[in-house]
Design a protein around this ligand. Structure first.
Ligand code: ATP
Ligand code: ZN
Length: 312
């Protein structure tokens, strides 16, 4: 776990990008921090990581794939708006008649006005986490069996956290294993999937550590909320070391939500109790990046065991 990475040591000062060469091989910047195009060699590994995740999917998990957008009302009710409004992206589009939209655009090209002045807030937000739609969908189905329901979900996520960090994107891909059911089941699931997460890191031959973590809550109550989350050990992260002193990147988190979503969406277990939930949130881009950092820019030269697990 304390092994050193096979990467160029960061000896050029804290601001140097130790991964500049690797980044240039894998990505093309699109001019906004944390938004990039990726090359085929990176996407092949993304596909491999997804195959690895599928091979470890919990038994009986129902598969769902979500679009990159969510109904705004769903997001508001989920509690995400209160906890992380600073990371949220909301979709807007030009409103009015065809004539009004046309005028707005022409005035922009004539240098008279900004076309964004004509934007109207829509009923969609960019999805910030892959598991959010699961809970209202479960609620709509009625009571949950005592043994619980398991899901394998994924989707593109947006979080407004522009950064130059290699693994911090504004637009990234998440895969999640989710449980909704009785309290004991949810707590056990969280521990079970944390072990799955460690198996994934082992399959990728990634040195790593598991730490109790908290979310970047918004506002005045943020410190108390983060402290409470840590005290109750609701969230664990699996982190991999990066170049630089004590720099780590979280590749996945295992979360126990207690009855937050059960209360929010009025989900009941058939025993009558309010449902509890848990999830494993996998940062698919970060898992792939971690593999490149560890094994180098050419997947053809990676250890045979890693290539086999990724199906490369
Ligand atoms: P971090 O502490 O690095 O900000 P997080 O606690 O916000 O991560 P979670 O909400 O637990 O992340 O999401 C699960 C996983 O999704 C993370 O462990 C990470 O691998 C990935 N992820 C989260 N935010 C980003 C991002 N901005 N860019 C790329 N991957 C991300
Ligand atoms: Zn984050």
């Amino acid at each position: 776990m304390t092994e050193t990475l096979r990467v160029t040591p960061d000896d050029a000062g804290p601001d140097a990008d130790s991964y500049a060469e690797l980044r240039a091989r894998l990505f093309i910047p699109l001019g906004v921090a944390g938004v990039r195009a990726s090359m085929g060699v990176f996407e092949d590994v993304i596909d491999g990581v997804n195959r690895l995740v599928t091979s470890l999917r919990p038994l009986g998990a129902e598969v769902m794939r979500f679009p990159p957008v969510l109904p705004r009302a769903m997001l508001e009710k989920s509690g995400y708006l209160r906890s992380f409004p600073h990371q949220l992206g909301c979709l807007c589009s030009l409103g009015g008649s065809e004539r009004e939209i046309g005028l707005q655009v022409e005035r922009f090209y004539a240098g008279e006005a900004d076309w964004t002045d004509g934007l109207e807030t829509g009923d969609l937000v960019l999805s910030p986490a892959a598991c959010l739609p699961v809970y209202p969908l479960v609620a709509a189905r009625g009571e949950v069996p005592e043994t619980g329901l398991r899901f394998d979900v994924s989707g593109a996520c947006f979080r407004r956290e522009p950064s130059q960090e290699f693994g911090r994107l504004q637009s990234f891909r998440q895969r999640e294993f989710v449980f909704v059911g009785a309290k004991e089941g949810a707590a056990a699931f969280r521990d079970e999937v944390l072990q799955l997460g460690q198996s994934m890191a082992d399959a990728l031959d990634l040195p790593h550590r598991v730490v109790s973590a908290s979310d970047p809550f918004f506002g005045r109550a943020s410190r108390v909320l983060a402290l409470l989350q840590k005290q109750k050990t609701l969230k664990y992260e699996l982190q991999v070391p990066l170049a630089g002193e004590d720099t780590w990147m979280a590749c996945l988190s295992a979360n126990y939500h207690e009855d937050h979503y059960g209360q929010t969406w009025d989900i009941r277990v058939d025993t009558g109790e309010v449902a509890h939930s848990a999830c494993l949130g996998l940062g698919i881009d970060r898992l792939a990046i971690a593999a490149f950092i560890r094994h180098g820019a050419e997947p053809a030269t990676w250890p045979a065991s890693v290539r086999t697990r990724l199906g490369l």
